[in-house]
Design a protein around this ligand. Structure first.
Ligand SMILES: [Zn+2]
Length: 291
């Protein structure tokens, strides 16, 4: 779907609620992914203020340029993590993906959100920093109703990817480093679990009315994955790609990137807990268990 179709769908959905796009003053973006922030430029062009956490502002300002840069850095890195170079060429030259346009949003229309907004019905919308799915990821919570707008942090049918993100301090734009996302992602979900959540309104899919079940599924998923990776590392040291292949021997290699990204996330956790060490051999990163 292109961005004009999305705009049309959004306008129709607002009309059904008796809201005209011209009545909208502020749009809050949970995170800088094209399917959540791709229409920011369109709102901004109508004079709407776009609220984005400051860590995700560069991505919303740059749009496609950000996407292309991130893909370039991911491609270099996944090869260091053991992914075959010829398959990376295949995947990263995929025309369908590069056809997506993400228009840059005018910086003067973007600002970081306040911590709380008073809603028209007297309720409060709390804007919470929830790093993980992206570095500047936000969620919103209404304490009076227990509604959590989770963006892509919690989804009803899948465990969201921690992704591979490269960040740079604004002043040194060339000096990008991978940001270890899963440790923060897991901490974020732990802290959301402590809120009195009654409903989760996710960025994709239907409303969840049993939030504890979803929290539990998220935690169990990562506990099981962590254990499997520990067991594989106990057998022998490996690259993240090698670990993905051993974890999913029946899946074609080219489809292992997502699994690899999750494994890299767990290895980031193990590096913090000093359960693994990493070394470089022939430009590949090898992880060894310290236990
Ligand atoms: Zn997303």
């Amino acid at each position: 779907m292109d961005e004009l179709n999305s705009w049309h769908l959004l306008s129709t959905a607002l009309e059904n609620l008796n809201i005209k796009p011209s009545e909208v003053e502020k749009v809050l973006i949970t995170h800088a992914h094209i399917d959540h922030a791709g229409l920011a430029y369109k709102w901004a062009s109508q004079g709407v203020t776009i609220l984005v956490n400051k860590k995700d502002i560069p991505a919303v300002e740059l749009g496609s340029e950000h996407l292309i840069l991130q893909k370039k850095l991911q491609r270099i890195d996944i090869i260091r993590y053991g992914f075959p170079e010829y398959l990376a060429a295949d995947i990263f030259n995929n025309k369908k993906q590069s056809q997506l346009s993400w228009y840059s949003c005018a910086p003067e229309n973007i600002e970081p959100p306040k911590k709380t907004y008073n809603l028209i019905n007297g309720h409060n919308l709390k804007v919470l920093e929830a790093p993980g799915h992206t570095p500047g990821n936000l969620v919103c919570f209404i304490p009076q109703t227990g509604e959590l707008f989770s963006g892509d942090t919690l989804l009803p049918t899948t465990i969201p990817t921690p992704g591979m993100h490269y960040i740079s301090s604004q002043k040194m734009k060339e000096n990008y480093k991978r940001w270890p996302s899963l440790p923060d992602f897991i901490d974020t979900v732990k802290s959301l679990q402590k809120l009195k959540v009654r409903y989760i309104l996710p960025g994709h899919g239907t409303i969840v009315d049993d939030p504890q079940k979803l929290f539990k599924r998220f935690n169990t998923h990562h506990q099981i994955r962590a254990k499997r990776i520990r067991n594989l590392l106990a057998e022998h040291a490996d690259t993240p790609f090698g670990l993905a292949k051993r974890q999913y021997p029946k899946i074609p290699e080219k489809r292992l990137i997502q699994a690899m990204i999750e494994i890299i996330g767990h290895l980031d956790m193990f590096l913090i807990s000093k359960d693994v060490e990493v070394s470089e051999e022939n430009n590949k990163l090898i992880y060894t268990s310290t236990k």
